[in-house]
Design a binder for this molecule. Structure first.
Ligand SMILES: [Zn+2]
Length: 257
């Protein structure tokens, strides 16, 4: 009997350690896992003033909650991407970094659109924006376009409407949503499966009407996006204002908007 128990507990310990290691990595190696002397691990600090007792969140709880949001955001693969580790050598890269850091510093819920060929660092910039916003306490999600339309199609085909809407809401409602590689797979044909367009339109339209911020990356140019769907792209751009980047060839250092 004890054999099974000890196996289970060994597995639990291994899993626990793994989660702890992940936590440390996610939190830039600041100690979140050690017990907190400030709050005795309750997460709250009580103070008494004028006979009243106040409790405020301990910084360890704030860190823990932001870590939880990061873990459930779907950004796992890009969690280490920050503006600090985005290499800005060319004038174009410097201008992109400046625009992104202004966006991060502001409280705007405008959209942010980055187009450019693969290898231009657009996902890095977009992820850095999302990660920073989540760390600041905003709700945020990452999804690749391909995964979204593939899963939405499958859910829609399942004939369980609630399944589809549950999935839809997970991406429709966060304050910040990063849709990576919009219209991936349409670089040559410049055409998109009409059903996939419908899912995207529902998502973008919902977020547009709620005034939520959508961050977009795409290998297609702005003109190509407009060519594929003028209404959808129009809505994205309308709420992006100045935050539209068309990255030129990697070796050509110009930023145009
Ligand atoms: Zn604490």
């Amino acid at each position: 009997m004890s054999q099974l128990q000890s196996t289970t507990s060994m597995r639990d310990t291994a899993l626990f350690n793994q989660i702890m290691r992940l936590g440390k990595t996610l939190d830039n190696n600041t100690a979140t896992t050690a017990s907190c002397a400030k709050c005795d691990d309750t997460g709250w600090i009580n103070t008494t003033k004028d006979g009243y007792e106040y409790s405020s969140k301990c910084e360890c709880l704030v860190r823990k909650q932001s870590l939880e949001r990061l873990k459930s955001s779907g950004i796992n693969n890009y969690i280490g991407k920050t503006l600090e580790n985005y290499l800005a050598v060319t004038n174009e890269q410097k201008a992109i970094k400046k625009l992104a850091s202004e966006y991060i510093a502001s409280d705007t819920l405008s959209n942010f659109v980055i187009c450019g060929k693969s290898g231009t660092g657009k996902t890095h910039i977009a992820s850095a924006i999302l990660v920073t916003k989540i760390k600041k306490g905003r709700s945020g999600k990452y999804i690749s376009y391909k995964e979204f339309v593939r899963t939405a199609s499958a859910k829609a085909r399942s004939w369980d409407e609630e399944e589809y809407f549950r999935y839809f809401r997970a991406y429709a409602n966060p304050t910040f949503l990063l849709i990576d590689d919009l219209f991936k797979g349409s670089e040559k044909t410049k055409e998109v499966n009409p059903a996939h367009l419908t899912y995207m339109y529902e998502l973008i339209n919902h977020r547009y009407s709620k005034g939520l911020a959508t961050i977009i990356t795409s290998e297609l140019s702005i003109d190509d996006l407009i060519g594929i769907d003028e209404a959808l792209t129009g809505r994205l751009l309308e709420r992006a204002g100045e935050n539209v980047i068309q990255i030129q060839k990697i070796e050509n250092q110009r930023l145009s908007r």
